[in-house]
Design a protein around this ligand. Structure first.
Ligand SMILES: Nc1ncnc2c1ncn2[C@@H]1O[C@H](COP(=O)(O)OP(=O)(O)OP(=O)(O)O)[C@@H](O)[C@H]1O
Length: 323
């Protein structure tokens, strides 16, 4: 029997209304399956809809269409107590570790609180769990008696990670968790996250605009453009040579991860179109150096290029190497 996917998105759509009533479709009918224990890296330029997708998955916002199945349960329109029960298994790590931590509370209380609230633990059990987690994230139990402002940015993000893991969730959405940190600290926090996801069999949606970071953590990579997933592949296959011209250009713009040269990669020119006024045909056609008349008129579907490798392009690039 096929295992139940931990998370399944079917035709997920998120729309916002701008003042004046104009509709912005931030997530366009996304289908996605995340298996238990995997880390999926979701990448793309600013504004492509990564956070909107992450927030919809967490049910911090309600999607306009589509369906979210988590652990086999349809959570798309869940509200109140049933949604709060699901949140015990669905946690979030935010970009800004200071803004997301209550400055007036002691660290031990910040971490213990979700264990009491979500799991019904006693105060003593929750504090014990907080102590364990503070050790696990490398801060030590004594850190629990201090307040967030006494810690550096990287340390605060370790506290935020400990808080997210405190109720022993099955799934974590990490939305740009290291991009507010100094580059020298980023690697430490990424290594910690890689270690924790590995040792706790945690499933993770890791949102980042930084392909270098995604390469260190993700088992699979999904690339978003203007609300659509335009390519998804196993990490090694992706980094050996992505098939979508947009992914290729994105990869070429990150010097650190282009050890494998991508000769066909074009430079990304200009900004993405306004999602309220998307182009006809392929959404990338206005910036794609290889766009033809077909690309400008007919929207490509996401189709399988090889095992576990899907691409939404009429003329995908030849992979340099097959994993
Ligand atoms: N509350 C809102 N009202 C109107 N438009 C919004 C709202 N939130 C997001 N958007 C728009 O939806 C699109 C997707 O935004 P989203 O924040 O999901 O993208 P992102 O890829 O996470 O970008 P970033 O990395 O900058 O956070 C953008 O065009 C954004 O301007």
């Amino acid at each position: 029997m096929k295992p139940v996917p931990l998370l399944q998105l079917t035709g997920l759509r998120v729309e916002y209304s701008r003042p004046g009533g104009q509709k912005v479709r931030a997530v366009r009918d996304v289908d996605l399956v995340i298996a238990e224990g995997e880390t999926l890296g979701l990448v793309g330029e600013s504004g492509c809809g990564k956070s909107s997708l992450g927030r919809a998955v967490l049910r911090a916002i309600e999607p306009q269409a589509g369906r979210i199945d988590f652990l086999g349960l349809d959570i798309t329109h869940l509200k109140g107590a049933p949604l709060r029960r699901v949140w015990a298994d669905l946690q979030m790590i935010f970009q800004d570790p200071f803004g997301s931590l209550n400055p007036r509370r002691k660290v031990v209380d910040i971490i213990a609180e979700p264990v009491v609230r979500a799991r019904g633990a006693t105060r003593q059990e929750a504090e014990e769990r907080a102590g364990e987690l503070l050790e696990k994230v490398g801060l030590g139990r004594d850190a629990g008696q201090r307040r967030p402002r006494e810690f550096s940015g990287g340390q605060r993000q370790r506290i935020a990670i400990a808080r997210a893991l405190a109720p022993s969730p099955r799934f974590v959405v990490a939305d740009e968790p290291v991009s507010a940190l100094d580059v020298s600290i980023q690697a430490q926090v990424v290594n910690l996250l890689a270690d924790l996801t590995e040792t706790s069999n945690l499933t993770c949606l890791f949102i980042s605009h930084d392909l270098g970071v995604v390469r260190q953590l993700a088992d699979r990579v999904a690339v978003m453009y203007l609300g659509q997933i335009i390519e998804i592949a196993e990490r090694d296959r992706f980094f050996a040579g992505p098939a979508h011209p947009y992914s290729s250009a994105l990869l070429a713009s990150v010097p650190r991860v282009t050890a494998v040269a991508e000769p066909k990669a074009a430079q990304l020119q200009g900004d993405p179109p306004d999602p309220a006024d998307p182009p006809a045909g392929c959404l990338f056609s206005t910036r794609c150096p290889a766009a033809t008349e077909l690309c400008r008129t007919e929207q490509p579907v996401l189709r399988e290029l090889g095992p576990g490798h899907d691409v939404r392009c009429h003329f995908p690039l030849e992979p340099l190497e097959h994993a």
